[in-house]
Design a binder for this molecule. Structure first.
Ligand code: M6R
Length: 604
């Protein structure tokens, strides 16, 4: 949460920072600000609202300083005001921060900082502390300050009397850096850096960076110089642009066929699942007795789809836990459990902490991660990278379907290694999985029909999604998607469970989106649909059925391609994503940046 960027080099920094903030805006968009370092002076501009507002406000800055820092905020401490926006300046120091300083109150008292503070933020306390500790040597002051900070932080700091220099340090909160011909750049993630360099490094925790136009020095807290491992990204700036679509979310929905092919194809050899190139040995699939899936939000829903498949096909027990709950419940796992962690960003703090707990309890952790070199990827015993490319819209779409595909690969590999699936059935399964991209392409042809349905439900205060088995797990994700971007209250219900209470909420014209793609429970779902229909619900049926002309069953139909069992998940996902997208877009909402949210959740 919060996007940070710093640039020092040979080009004017102002536009580089603001362009970078626009790319990082998905990390938080309550307010934004920049600070430029020029002639022993720090020029500050900050503004509540989106980066576009900052760009306008910064129009009056005439400086062509080539050194500055910028921030886009997701508020934690202190309301959304200009004063609370970053950068924070105190005396000689200006800084930006992503994370939470847990002991900021103690620091205020211990160092008598109160008089220096004008905002309500924990961040400003760090600026004040650094200003107090600063005696001309920035690294020395940072070293002393960092030893006193409790919590998570990624900090970029400028000192008024150190022209052309940016200092940075982090604990937990992500930060990457790169140097190139135009100078040195540091940011929360690659989207802000990729325009300059495809090569970068992950800032090591508790190391102090000194950036200037000639490069980046990295040293540990004892002053030893360190050479970080250079990584290279396999996508370019065009992947992080809208590419002609009105919103990133729509583009990312349409990116899914390619994302799926990129994720699945490299994991297939001679038609069978193959993970040795990912450094995942075959043996681990034979050893565990049960699986624990840990993740948050959409990633957790992808895990639930995996559970539905693994339990049904392989008869191996799978538990899915919300990471923030897992952490505090003394989970029942040991070395016989394989923990699968899912995270698009690889930075979600609750998921990261859950991972560490699982390892502490003796469980091996295999993570399914989209962002290369992210913290979760680095901390895991094994990583299966999804290759969705950058996902910019806050609402996750392509990251979800590739996570589902990754779960399917793991399921097939487990089945094969344990002899539960023979080679022929594993080949057949992988061939179908390789076709997942085409399934989505085919399904997306329904977009116009779905758009009309979205128009019909967009003013409803409540929407219910119902399904059974796999379709119930799809409903959970669908309702999250609708809620987060259209602000309509939506709930997912196991279709058979409705009549145990919730059906009381079904009255005339309440939209119920019923998913009925699974043959074994199809007739049961249809019965449940009749129950809501007879209470006046407006029913949208998602199924493989040809036209149903029965107003006792549904008002609208969305047909998905005819598919076997678990492979309907890809088609259903695309339909449900489009319903949410068009509902939000037709309400004129900010689809890509829904209120109160941020893309990467790095606070607990
Ligand atoms: O980066 P992660 O996959 O760990 O993020 C987990 C959730 O915050 C995320 O899936 C969230 O629920 C989605 N943005 C919702 O669309």
């Amino acid at each position: 949460m919060c996007g940070i960027i710093g640039y020092t080099g040979v080009l004017p920094a102002k536009d580089i920072l603001i362009d970078g903030l626009e790319r990082l805006e998905y990390r938080g968009y309550d307010s934004a600000g920049i600070a430029l370092l020029e002639d022993n002076n720090i020029i500050l501009k900050k503004k509540t609202g989106k980066v576009a507002g900052l760009r306008e406000a910064a129009g009056d800055i005439k400086s062509d300083s080539a050194c500055g820092i910028g921030h886009t905020r997701w508020a934690t401490h202190g309301g959304v005001t200009d004063i609370n926006a970053h950068p924070h300046k105190c005396g000689q120091v200006a800084l930006i921060h992503n994370g939470i300083i847990e002991n900021y109150r103690e620091l205020i008292v211990e160092y008598g900082l109160n008089e220096k503070l004008v905002s309500e933020t924990d961040t400003e306390v760090v600026a004040a502390l650094l200003d107090k500790l600063y005696e001309g040597d920035p690294v020395c002051a940072i070293r002393k300050a960092v030893k006193r900070l409790a919590g998570s932080f990624a900090l970029c700091i400028m000192f008024a009397d150190k022209p052309g220099k940016i200092y940075a340090v982090r604990n937990v909160s992500p930060m990457i850096a790169a140097s190139c011909d135009e100078g040195s750049i540091i940011a929360s993630d690659l989207t802000a850096v990729i325009a300059f360099s495809k090569k970068y490094f992950v800032v090591p925790e508790y190391h102090i960076l000194t950036l200037d136009k000639n490069g980046i020095k990295v040293e540990d807290l004892k002053g030893n110089v360190v050479t970080p491992e250079i990584l290279e990204v396999n996508w370019d700036i065009t992947s992080a642009q809208k590419g002609g679509y009105p919103h990133y979310m729509l583009k990312e929905i349409y990116d899914q066929p390619e994302a799926l092919r990129n994720t699945v194809t490299p994991r297939v050899k001679d038609g069978l699942p193959y993970l040795l190139d990912d450094g995942i040995p075959d043996d681990i699939f034979k050893e565990f007795q049960n699986i624990m899936v840990v993740a948050c939000g959409t990633a957790m829903h992808a895990g639930m789809v995996g559970k539905a498949l693994i339990e049904k096909k392989l008869r191996i027990p799978v538990t899915v836990e919300i990471a923030s709950e897992f952490r505090y419940k003394d989970p029942i796992i040991d070395e016989k459990t394989l923990t699968i962690v899912l995270s698009q960003s690889g930075e979600t703090i609750d998921t990261l902490e859950a991972l560490k707990l699982a390892q502490k309890k003796g469980s091996k952790v295999l993570s399914i991660v989209n962002v290369k070199g992210s913290t979760i990827a680095r901390e895991s015993d094994y990583v299966l990278y999804t290759h969705a490319g950058p996902e910019i819209a806050v609402a996750s779409t392509k990251a979800y379907t590739v996570q589902v595909a990754a779960m399917y690969i793991l399921a097939c590999k487990t089945g094969l290694e344990r002899g539960i699936m023979d080679e022929a059935s594993a080949r057949d399964f992988m061939a179908k999985l390789m076709n997942a991209g085409e399934i989505i392409e085919e399904t997306l042809k329904n977009a116009n029909n779905i758009k009309l349905i979205a128009e019909e439900i967009k003013m409803a205060p409540d929407v219910f999604y119902i399904g059974r088995g796999l379709d119930y797990t799809m409903s959970l994700e669908a309702s999250l998607k609708l809620k987060e971007i259209s602000y309509i209250h939506a709930e997912a219900y196991a279709a058979g469970e409705l009549k145990h209470g919730t059906i009381a909420l079904i009255t005339e014209n309440v939209p119920v989106i019923a998913i009925a793609t699974q043959e074994d429970v199809y007739s049961k779902v249809i019965s449940n649909i009749r129950e809501v229909k007879s209470r006046g619900a407006y029913v949208v049926l998602v199924s493989e059925d040809d036209e149903i002309n029965d107003s006792n069953i549904c008002d609208r139909q969305i047909k998905i391609p005819h598919l076997e069992g678990e492979f309907t998940a890809f088609a259903t996902a695309a339909v449900l994503q489009l319903i949410a997208y068009y509902t939000s877009a037709s309400k004129g909402l900010d689809v890509d940046k829904p209120r109160n949210l941020a893309k990467s959740v790095t606070v607990e």
